[in-house]
Design a protein around this ligand. Structure first.
Ligand SMILES: NC(=O)c1ccc[n+]([C@@H]2O[C@H](COP(=O)([O-])OP(=O)(O)OC[C@H]3O[C@@H](n4cnc5c(N)ncnc54)[C@H](O)[C@@H]3O)[C@@H](O)[C@H]2O)c1
Length: 423
């Protein structure tokens, strides 16, 4: 294949060399004339293990050329990869000027020739909506409809890390291909044919967002690990050993567990122990800003779920809450987010019924009893039998935990909102 690469920085140059090493022909284009001259003279513009060797081979075999203009780079190209920078602007928003400018240059270059098939793959990290609200309008302002129709736009975020960029290119954690319809790209998938990685085909915006989610998660992990590390040092603990024990749990700690967007956390352990850790930190003068944000974030999330539930409900509507405990099969109501949901619904004047087969209001004792009745003094009046729950007639059924799976509602099926899954 012939591939044009726009932006020969860390991502673009590495990508160009890796693509060329697979037998494809690459034409690289960079806005910086000094950089172009250095590359044309055989000098890699970045220091990255393995890149110079790949570059030397590609040049020697005539598979890497430096283009002097967008039109030259695009000559005969099947795919153009856009790898220009997207730095932070003064207000923290992405500065999209390089994306806008390179797209304008590509549009102008394409307008000089008859329409032809070309895949424009954006490797740069783009905020959601960039392709639909910036890239496409810029191209459409330069190109007639026939040219536009021949173009395939793709958001194809890059996951390589500097210092291991070549290895990461050939073994990425996954390949994400965001297109208009979300069904993948024949051209791009042919280019990646030799690379073993799961392929996710989605629409533009989900693909665009991927990289922000990844990097924010990585940042959250580093900040969390360092808060715990600092706390260990203040407490005189062996931070390394605490870390080793923590990461050894790949079932609950380093795993997809607790990472699905849906219900708030609650129950008898998580909120209590987060609070206790905050107190330990405060007591020894440690700052734990990430940890300190957790309970506040959880309260905001509980309220968001409540607002989602009532958004389209008329005043005084009838609601069935299925599952009151924080998970099915237990009658432990301590700090259950579903108790908060019930309390908010009652306070707002909705007619509430609760179905939870594990619960017998008469059997609640101790702290569990205190919590339940402090939040829901009329708890025994709210609980309904399975027959009543299944008979229907509710304006809304809120599936608060997996208890809903036990129920078979009579026709017509009720409107069910599953708050365990954000969709
Ligand atoms: N560096 C990383 O580790 C990494 C990893 C994954 C994704 N990304 C993302 O990839 C993108 C590029 O990052 P980078 O670190 O390679 O940036 P970089 O600053 O190293 O390189 C960008 C290059 O684009 C060139 N450029 C600007 N406008 C141009 C134009 N109109 N035509 C041609 N070239 C032009 C610049 O001269 C520069 O050489 C960013 O969106 C970044 O967030 C970076």
């Amino acid at each position: 294949m012939r591939v044009a690469v726009f932006g020969l920085g860390y991502v673009g140059f590495t990508t160009a060399c890796c693509i060329a090493s697979q037998g494809h022909h690459v034409a690289g284009m960079d806005a910086n004339a000094a950089k172009r001259a250095a590359i044309a003279a055989g000098q890699a513009p970045i220091s990255e293990p393995g890149v110079q060797a790949l570059f030397d081979t590609a040049r020697a075999e005539g598979r890497f050329t430096v283009a002097g203009s967008a039109a030259e780079a695009l000559e005969g190209a099947d795919i153009a990869m856009i790898c220009v920078g997207t730095p932070s602007g003064p207000d923290g928003a992405q500065d999209m000027r390089f994306i806008a400018e390179v797209t304008r240059q590509i549009g102008e270059a394409l307008s000089l020739a008859p329409p032809r098939a070309l895949t424009l793959a954006y490797r740069s990290t783009l905020r959601p909506g960039s392709i639909e609200e910036l890239v496409r309008p810029v191209l459409a302002s330069r190109l007639p409809p026939a040219h536009m129709a021949a173009l395939e736009l793709v958001s194809n975020p890059e996951f390589l890390r500097e210092a291991t960029a070549v290895a990461d290119y050939f073994a990425p954690p996954r390949i994400v291909i965001g297109t208009e319809a979300g069904h993948g790209s024949v051209a791009l998938e042919a280019l990646y044919a030799g690379i073993e990685a799961p392929v996710f085909r989605c629409r533009f915006r989900e693909a665009e967002f991927t990289k922000f989610v990844d990097n924010t998660w990585h940042a959250a992990k580093v900040a969390f690990a360092n808060e715990i590390g600092r706390l260990c040092l203040r407490l005189g603990l062996d931070a390394k050993q605490v870390h080793e024990i923590f990461v050894s749990d790949t079932r609950l700690n380093i795993s997809p567990a607790y990472l699905r967007p849906g219900g708030a956390f609650g129950g008898s352990c998580l909120p209590k122990d987060v609070r206790a850790l905050q107190h330990i930190a405060a007591d020894c003068g440690a700052n734990t800003h990430v940890v300190d944000a957790l309970l506040r974030s959880n309260e905001v999330h509980k309220h968001e779920l409540y607002e989602r539930a009532v958004r389209t409900l008329p005043a005084g509507a009838s609601v069935l809450l299925v599952g009151l405990a924080f998970k099915p099969g237990t009658d432990d109501l301590r700090e259950s987010p579903n108790v908060d949901m019930a309390r908010k619904l009652l306070a707002a004047g909705f007619r509430l019924a609760v179905y939870d087969p594990a619960l017998d209001a008469g059997k609640l004792v101790g702290a569990n009893l205190g919590h339940a009745f402090a939040s829901l003094p009329r708890l025994s009046d709210l609980l309904v039998s399975r027959q009543v729950a299944e008979a229907g007639g509710f304006d809304l059924v809120i599936a608060a935990n997996a208890t809903i799976e036990e129920l078979s509602f009579l026709a017509p099926p009720p409107r069910i909102l599953d708050i365990g899954v954000l969709a």
